[in-house]
Design a protein around this ligand. Structure first.
Ligand code: EPZ
Length: 452
């Protein structure tokens, strides 16, 4: 299992290009199956979640070619049942297959998606939407099956603002008879991206980006070419890392509007942020001011940037209070930050951060994707060397983050454990043994295989 080794205290400087949005990509790939002929999806990030989803579509029988961010999908699938846990457990967003297969075939059965390290991941609102459209739901032995002879459009009022449920109901309603109205819908940029994709296939979705989305079902959806939006979470991660290190970076291929909540918060902390077309410049001179943050659905402060900005606030002047309203246990990165000298107290969904002079490098472990981003940010500002293990989580959602950071002057190396042990003269057998016994990740997932 690889590690990152970071020597801190180097301000990030230069230009970096943001990749396509992970959370838009993992919805667009299954949505491509809605069409009756070939779909081309561009600007996909080269990350493990995308590789895994391509594997799943191939398992289902689709013809999938993926090369350099462009995926061509010929949706002639033969398998819509018994999508096994082994396959779907690798990716949280496998639940989008339910909405897609229900719309196209009136039937789908996949293993229930597991939870993850930020809290339970219920899908009761997805199920509420499918049932409103006329689907029958069976949950048995860890599998969920959704079936409907015919889907009829209906009004659906979401009990909670849910990105996944909003997208999944849009997918299912895209071919239902009549009008579906989703109220209390999520408004994230990837919701709008999905609506644009369905409309490009000949669908009829209106109101995405507001809390009322109207979907008029159509008989057929045809192939098209869709370009996924830039990743606002990746962009925000680089903005935070630049601010934390006292750097000066131009971040390219962004939609500044999508970054408004993080821009506003960084300016409040004393950072200079300049927008110019599809790029944003961040200039910072630490120490920064402590700020309070409350995560909320878009356009509130994004929960996915709560962990990285926590790392930045560990050395801000004063006391910062972070309230995580979306996930019940999204503070697993705090213990690791405290090993680096951070002064943070977590009480329920609130973290109280007392700014300290300096963090010190230490061996730490990523517990989930954005916790990994937080530890990278902390390593970049710490005195000395930080080793981050379990970085497969990070590779799920950030394309070549080490290469991009190196391009900004960071002292970061990706170390393969086997090579490292090899260098220390251990035999292959000893390495295998060492890796099995000593190396514990919370959830060692075998990433998908990149292929073209
Ligand atoms: C998406 O997860 C993202 N993942 C998450 O990003 C992100 O944190 C989250 O939206 C919020 O923005 C993908 O898009 C693949 P939700 P999702 O449904 O759709 C509750 C990352 O780091 N809820 O908007 O699963 C739920 O418990 C990941 O990129 C229900 O109660 O999130 C949570 O409290 C992590 N019932 C809240 O709603 C449901 O049926 C928001 O969840 C569904 C959700």
């Amino acid at each position: 299992m690889d590690k990152f080794k970071i020597k801190g205290k180097k301000p990030l400087e230069g230009r970096v290009k943001v990749s396509g949005a992970k959370n838009a990509a993992v919805a667009a790939i299954p949505a491509g199956l809605l069409a009756d002929d070939e779909v081309i999806i561009e600007n996909l990030p080269m990350i493990n979640d995308v590789f895994v989803y391509g594997d799943i579509l191939k398992y289902m029988g689709a013809e999938v070619l993926f090369n350099n961010g462009v995926m061509k999908i010929k949706p002639n699938i033969h398998t819509i049942h018994h999508l096994p846990y082994e396959l779907v457990k690798k990716i949280r967003a496998s639940y989008y297959l339910l909405g897609v297969l229900l719309a196209k075939y009136g039937d789908a059965e996949i293993a229930l998606p597991g939870g993850c390290n930020i809290g339970t991941r219920p899908i009761d609102q997805h199920i509420k939407g499918f049932q409103a459209l006329g689907a029958k739901i069976e949950i048995d032995q860890g599998m969920i099956r959704v079936r409907a002879k015919e889907l009829i459009g209906a009004p659906i009022y979401l009990d909670v603002v849910s990105v996944g449920a909003t997208i999944n109901i849009m997918l299912a309603a895209s071919k239902a008879k009549g009008l579906t109205v989703i109220e209390n819908a999520a408004k994230e940029p990837h919701i709008v991206d999905m609506a644009n994709f369905i409309n490009a296939m000949g669908g009829n979705v209106k109101g995405a980006g507001t809390d009322v989305i109207k979907i008029r079902g159509v008989e057929k959806l045809h192939g098209c070419t869709h370009t996924v939006i830039p990743d606002q979470v990746e962009a925000g991660t680089f903005m935070i890392a630049t601010a934390a290190t006292g750097g000066d970076v131009i971040i390219e291929n962004v939609i500044p509007k999508h970054l408004d909540p993080i821009t506003a918060k960084l300016i409040e902390a004393g950072v200079i942020v300049e927008e110019n077309g599809d790029l944003i410049r961040v200039i910072s001179e630490p120490p920064l001011n402590a700020v309070n943050i409350k995560t909320l659905p878009y356009p509130g402060f994004p929960t996915d940037l709560q962990q990285p900005i926590t790392a930045l606030l560990t050395t801000a002047k004063g006391t910062s209070i972070i309230t995580e309203t979306i996930w019940e246990s999204r503070f697993k990165h705090v213990d690791e930050l405290k090993r680096m000298g951070a002064d943070i107290n977590v009480e329920g969904r609130t973290a109280i951060i007392q700014g300290v002079e300096e963090l010190s490098g230490a061996p730490v472990k990523a517990t989930d994707l954005r916790a990994g981003a937080a530890l990278i940010t902390a390593g970049l500002i710490a005195q000395g060397e930080t080793e981050i293990s379990c970085i497969h989580y990070i590779d799920r959602g950030y394309e070549q983050i080490d290469k991009k950071l190196k391009g900004l002057g960071a002292n970061i190396e990706r170390i393969s454990e086997a090579d490292q042990k090899q260098k220390e003269g251990k035999t292959r057998g000893e390495i295998a043994n060492w890796t099995k016994q000593e190396y514990v990740c919370l959830e060692a997932e075998a990433p998908g295989t990149p292929y073209s």
